[in-house]
Design a protein around this ligand. Structure first.
Ligand code: CAA
Length: 380
């Protein structure tokens, strides 16, 4: 087993690390406070082909593998967790299903400009009454001639306020249960596509999400992604990839918290010596570093399986479960190392705690990840 990154992956890591140091870390606190979407940074990341990391070059992407993708999201999230999820949603939840299930015509219209970062995508699965129970979709799509009429609502749609298109899931045959769900490619300027104002939330404040309402929203029949009834499997297999992105985002947040706590521990003195000399602090740092490495190994394992083209639902769920809960533990320990300063808005420790928390919830809560993992364990 090779634990070293290859040359391209190392290059991606270096490129993203330098970008984060130069264009993200100096601004992340202000973007969070002002709830400001990092439009300039996203534009520059597009120029580096990071909006379609694992999309082949012929479709506008960087043509790298999923380990490189995980490495990129970790480094970008180390600089700004909000920018990390903006990228992750466009890469894994939007581009990936279009690449995997789209026709050539759909790829030209709905993949190339998004992988190039000229446009931004989002993913519409969650509804007010279909969060963890993703099959309980209430949004309907009814075929009318050569188009579908979509009615219903979606919520918590990351990138929703700024996206140019959505991979949307809707019921085309209610009697068929999860086999009655279909996926559609919907431009956000379609008539009847209505966005609510951005949601106010606890963390990742620079990444905007919103509810979306569909009022007789007409979509050409050729925008059906895959076949009618394929939607649930498209959503689930897409989330298998998305969860690698969120695990990598959690790694980045935890790295930021750990590295800042380590530096602070070497400077801050109590009882006549740097607090890094106290065993209580050393043990905290040791636990943080160990958990970070363990989470990274799980994340890269899931990415390697995705690259090998084999089902990786359990590996992605394990990576997302462990990395997200690790990020919360590490961010909380880092805040403790900072003591009173950790509770202050003048430092980043409190932001990392707030940013880490969502990774335990979106793209499937920790409880859903445990369901996915145990389903695999209990099969004969
Ligand atoms: N790949 C391919 N097929 C899959 C699959 C996968 N990963 N997972 C399930 N399936 C298939 C099953 O094989 C089954 O097929 P058959 O009927 O042909 O055997 C079918 O789908 C139904 O599977 P289940 O019976 O397991 O489905 P379920 O209704 O019990 O649900 C669940 C399973 C794991 C709970 C699922 O509902 C789930 O993952 N829920 C969480 C949803 C989620 O993560 N939402 C996040 C929204 S996106 C978001 O947060 C984005 C953002 O803005 C950042």
């Amino acid at each position: 087993m090779d634990f070293e990154l290859n040359e391209l992956q190392r290059h991606t890591q270096q490129l993203c690390r330098e970008f984060a140091a130069r264009e993200l870390i100096p601004h992340a606190r202000a973007w969070d406070e002002e709830h400001r979407f990092p439009a300039e940074a996203v534009k520059h990341l597009a120029e580096l082909a990071l909006l379609g990391v694992a999309v082949p070059e012929q479709y506008g992407g960087a043509g790298l593998d999923n380990v490189a993708y995980a490495v990129a999201i970790e480094e970008i999230s180390r600089g700004c967790a909000s920018t990390g999820v903006i990228l992750s949603v466009n890469n894994s939840l939007y581009c990936d299903p279009v690449l995997k299930y789209g026709t050539e015509e759909q790829k030209q219209a709905f993949l190339v400009p998004f992988a190039r970062g000229e446009k931004l995508g989002c993913f519409g699965l969650t509804e007010p009454e279909a969060g963890s129970d993703a099959a309980a979709q209430k949004t309907t799509a009814v075929r009318k001639g050569d188009s579908y009429a979509i009615n219903g609502s979606k919520n918590w749609i990351t990138n929703g306020p700024v996206a140019d298109a959505i991979v949307l899931f809707a019921m085309t045959n209610r009697e068929a249960g999860n086999k009655g769900i279909s996926a559609f490619l919907v431009p956000t300027d379609s008539p009847g596509f209505i966005r609510a104002k951005p949601d106010r939330k606890m963390g990742i404040c620079a990444a905007h999400c919103c509810s979306i309402f569909f009022e007789d929203c007409r979509v050409p029949a050729k925008n059906l992604l895959g076949g009618e009834g394929d939607g649930f499997k498209i959503a689930m297999s897409t989330l298998d990839g998305g969860r690698i992105g969120i695990a990598a985002q959690a790694l980045g947040i935890a790295r930021a918290a750990f590295e800042e706590a380590r530096s602070y521990a070497l400077e801050r003195k109590t009882f006549g010596q740097p607090i890094a000399q106290h065993q209580a602090i050393q043990f905290m740092l040791a636990d943080m570093a160990t958990e970070l490495d363990a989470a990274r190994l799980l994340t890269h394992q899931a990415a390697l399986r995705k690259d090998a083209g084999v089902r990786h639902s359990a590996e992605s769920a394990m990576a997302k479960l462990y990395a997200s809960e690790m990020a919360s533990r590490v961010a909380n320990k880092a805040l403790q190392v900072f003591g009173g300063q950790g509770y202050s808005k003048e430092f980043d420790a409190e932001r990392h705690v707030r940013d880490a928390r969502i990774t335990e919830i979106y793209e499937g809560t920790s409880e859903i990840q445990r369901l996915v993992i145990s389903a695999g364990l209990l099969k004969d």
